[in-house]
Design a protein around this ligand. Sequence first.
Ligand SMILES: Nc1nc2c(ncn2[C@@H]2O[C@H](COP(=O)(O)OP(=O)(O)OP(=O)(O)O)[C@@H](O)[C@H]2O)c(=O)[nH]1
Ligand SMILES: [Mg+2]
Length: 323
Amino acid sequence: MPANLTPQYLAAEEAFKKARTVDEKIAALKQMLALIPKHKGTEKLQADIKRRLARLREERQKKSHVARHDPFRIEREGAGQVMVIGWPNAGKSSIVAALTRAKVKIAPYPFSTHSPVAGMMPFEDIAVQLVDTPPISSESVPSGLVGALRQADGILLVVDPTDPGCLEHLEFALEFLRSRKLVDVDAAENHGDTPSCLVVATRADLPEAGENAAILRESLPPGVPFVAVSAVTGRNLEELRRAIFDMLGVVRVYTKVPGRDPDLEVPFVLPRGSTVLDLAAAIHRDLPKRVKQARVWGAVRFQGQAVQRDYVLQDRDIVELHQ
Ligand SMILES: Nc1nc2c(ncn2[C@@H]2O[C@H](COP(=O)(O)OP(=O)(O)OP(=O)(O)O)[C@@H](O)[C@H]2O)c(=O)[nH]1
Ligand SMILES: [Mg+2]
C-alpha cells in the first residue's frame, strides 16, 4: 500500500470506528491526523480526514446551540410525562389549563402557543406531567417536537369536533404519529418502547360537537382510547384524568413493614406487569436477592395473602416484603 500507514495510525482509525459521540469522533480524527505519515501518498486521505473533522465540528456547534435553546427539553416529573398535541386552535392549552395550574396562553386564534409549557395534573395520590405544545398541521410541525414525543410516556391528541376539518386533522395527526414511529396506533395495546396515545375531542359543551365527536370516535383504530370533554364546563374531565393515568401503563404500590400500618402516603409507581422483585429493586438495589416472598393486600383474593417473588403487582396493592 503506497500510503504506508503505521500501526499507531490504524489504531486511531479503529478508535474512530468505535467512537459513538461527536466528541469521541473528533478526538479520534485529530489523533489520526496527527499520526498519519505526511507524504504524497496520503494527501487524499489527509484531506478526507480534515473534511470529516470540519463536518463534525459544525455538527457539534449546532448541537450545543440546540441544547441551550431547545424548549422541548423538559425534565420529566411525577408518574409520567404526557405531551398534549393537535391542530392549531384545537383546544390544547385549554385542556392543560383545566387539568393543571400551568400558566398557558389560551386564545381564540390559532398558533397562540409558541413553546411548550409543563404543568402537573393531580390524579388521586400521584401527579402526571402534562406538556402543552405549539400546534401541528400539514404545513408545519414544530422542530423539536418529534424528539420530545419520543421521550414522552404518553401522547394526548386533541381534536376540535366543531371544526369541519376535524376528521382530516385527526387522520393527519395519526399518520404523523404512525410515520414517525411515535405510536403504534394500529396495535390494540401500545405499551412498550413507544408512548401510548389517547384522543380527546373537546368543546363538548357546544351542541355542534356531538355528532362529529361520534364520527371521530368511530374512525379511530380499535384500542385507541377516546374521551369527549369540555374545558369550559369541566364535563368528563375526571374521566380524562383517569384515561391519562391508564395510558401511562403504570401501577401504584404501597409498602408495609410487618406489624405496622402501610405507608399510604407516597406510592411506588412501576410499569404495569412489574413483580414483587421489581418493587424490591425499586426500593433498593440489594433488596431483590434478599426477598424470599411477600404478603399482599389489595387485588388478590385473600387479604394478606402470601405471594411469590414473581407475583405481578396490581394497581393499589399494599406489599409487605419478607426476607
Ligand atoms: N366552548 C368551548 N371553547 C373552548 C373549549 N376549549 C377551548 N375553547 C376555546 O377555543 C379557543 C382555542 O383554545 P386554545 O386552548 O388556545 O387552543 P390551542 O389548541 O391551545 O391553540 P394553539 O395553541 O393556537 O394551537 C379558545 O378561544 C378557547 O376558549 C371548550 O371546551 N369549549
Ligand atoms: Mg395553545
